[in-house]
Design a protein around this ligand. Sequence first.
Ligand code: FES
Length: 186
Amino acid sequence: MSATAHEPAHGPRPDATKRDFLKLVTGASAIIGAGAIVWPLVDSMNPSKDVLALAELEVDLTPIVLGQGIIVSWRGQPVFVRHRTDAEIKQAEAVPLSELRDPEADSARVKSGHAQWLIVSGVCTHLGCIPLGSKPSDPRGSYGGWFCPCHGSQYDTSGRIRQGPAPANLPVVPYVFETDTKIKIG
Ligand code: FES
């Protein structure tokens, strides 16, 4: 499956571009040393902790400004890390499940005590494009989350599908809080 990123019709603001870049560079670091790249084949039948660590990614949350998000790469796939405002959280919590195509409470999509952080797959559940909404200059659609320009799917501030052809919510990826400002995905 291929994923396609889309740029907005208007170029991002210069300050936004710089901020995004810094976040992408400093926001995430894989938990693995270079040595694992040359891991001997002979040991491939006996996975070590180093090999298992390939599936994990630490993300420092401190550079992510309230109301904004970043995209990190985990197992070759984009993952959205969004720092939600109180208004965005309330908006997500207020939606009756009966209005949802893929009914799921917002509280079931975040960690208890960390509702300001939403960590979801960045792959549209329709045909695999990367929805817009993470850059400050991106359109976020009518529901304030993400907008997929490929065929018009719209996701809310909980990453749930609200409009368009996508059949399901953006899945929450497995992660844990290592500290209040650092998560480990995987
Ligand atoms: S791939 Fe997102 S709407 Fe079709």
